[in-house]
Ligand binder design. Structure first.
Ligand SMILES: Cc1ncc(COP(=O)(O)O)c(C=O)c1O
Length: 402
């Protein structure tokens, strides 16, 4: 009997956490209306999602998804390349190109597949991918799949990035700087203007994974590029529909010929079934909603973010200076972060701990995130529960390294 899996470090740790009732992962949600969820029969305020705009339960979005099922059925049963290409896939690509300000967009069935496929296509054998050290796992996996080389630079550090560019200029056919527009755990916005300047100085391309910026930053949620007004100086923009756009799927936008090249070479695009109709219609409706002139989606979102930032500052948490709807609460010790998360669950708050290896050792945090649709009563209850947790677990007010 094979027991090396059972005895593995990771499963042994999961068992220990389960035995102590502090295993905070894979909690099964029985019911949800967006801002609240029911887990094990208990209703909780959801501050652990990526549903920044709260659109998963918008009546018009749900209606659009239902209509798409009525018209096209529940799935496409094949790749876009062969039998799974619907007219609504192409319409959504045109809408995304306009929305991002890029020439062309290509949709994939998930954001992970978008990164795997697009970076595989862009970074061939004589290319260099220059990656931020804290990039998302899907980019790390893309570097393993792509045939080119990879070098990492220090997180959001322009000096470190320039060093890599300087040493490697003229050695490769193509250099591509790849980074998250907004880092998913800390909510930090990447220094895109700095990277664009360096890319232009050294002849490199820019690829932004804007999973957490899309829908959130910029005038109508067009993302990090729009936030800095730099869409025309960014070569590739990747986004996912599994967060603000309330569904599943992803896309890459950029210059027409490059996107056509990806369309004909990205294996995760060509050899995987296409986004289901309901998902396509959902995303399309979400874009329509954020583009409406009378939309209050972003006004409400930023009001809520401001309310929580002020509230956490008053209680005295260290929140990494986040300027997005992701507000991380620094805890330090990983067991403490898990215990505090489970205490918060008892208080009716659903949030998630982020522990090593997702953070450096001693840098565990509780990731919280806010939605346009949270109301002030919910947010006040969250603050009350966190104030109690701070006292009970002696959560530090300052980062202990600072
Ligand atoms: C930064 C980033 N990139 C890519 C992805 C992958 O997106 P998807 O969930 O659509 O596969 C995620 C999702 O967790 C992400 O946070």
């Amino acid at each position: 009997m094979e027991d090396s899996f059972y005895n593995s470090k990771i499963l042994s740790r999961a068992r220990m956490l389960n035995e102590n009732n502090i295993y905070p992962f894979f909690r099964a949600i029985e019911e949800t209306d967006g801002t609240s969820v029911t887990v094990a029969g208990k209703k909780q305020i959801m501050i652990g999602s990526n549903n920044y705009l709260g659109l998963t339960h918008h009546p018009e979005v749900k209606e659009a998804a239902k209509e798409a099922i009525d018209k096209y059925g529940t799935g496409c049963t094949g790749s876009r390349f062969l039998n799974g290409n619907l007219e609504i896939h192409e319409e959504l690509e045109e809408k995304l190109a306009k929305y991002t300000g890029h020439e062309k967009a290509l949709i994939f069935s998930t954001g992970m597949q978008a990164n795997l496929g697009a970076l595989f296509s862009i970074c061939g054998p004589r290319s260099l991918m220059i990656c931020d050290m804290e990039n998302h796992a899907s980019i790390i996996d893309a570097t393993r799949l792509a045939l080119g080389s990879t070098i990492k630079f220090k997180h959001n550090d322009m000096e470190s990035l320039e060093e890599v560019l300087k040493v490697n200029r003229d050695k490769y056919k193509r250099m591509v700087i790849v980074f998250d527009g907004v880092f998913s755990m800390t909510g930090k916005i990447f220094n895109l203007p700095g990277a664009v300047e360096l890319a232009e100085k050294y002849g490199a391309m820019i690829y932004v994974d804007d999973a957490h910026g899309l829908g959130v930053l910029g005038p109508n949620g067009q993302g990090t590029m729009a936030h800095f007004d730099l869409s025309d100086r960014v070569h590739f923009n990747m986004g996912t529909f599994s967060k603000s756009f309330a569904s599943i799927g992803g896309f890459v936008s950029g210059p027409e010929h490059a996107i056509n090249y990806i369309k004909h070479t990205a294996r995760s695009f060509m050899f995987s079934a296409s986004m289901p109709p309901a998902a396509v219609a959902t995303v399309s409706k979400c874009i329509d909603l954020v583009m409406r002139e009378d939309s209050t989606i972003h006004k409400n979102l930023w009001e809520n973010v401001d309310f929580m930032n002020k509230g956490f500052a008053e209680i005295g948490f260290y929140t990494y200076g986040s300027s997005t709807p992701i507000i991380p609460i620094y805890v330090g010790d990983d067991l403490k972060a898990m215990k505090a998360t489970m205490f918060l669950e008892q208080k009716g708050i659903f949030c998630t701990p982020v522990v090593p290896p997702a953070t450096p050792q001693g840098e565990a945090l509780i990731r919280t995130s806010y939605m346009s649709t949270h109301n002030k009563k919910e947010l006040s209850l969250v603050l009350e529960a966190f104030a109690e947790a701070k006292k009970k677990f002696d959560i530090p007010s300052v980062h202990l390294d600072h």
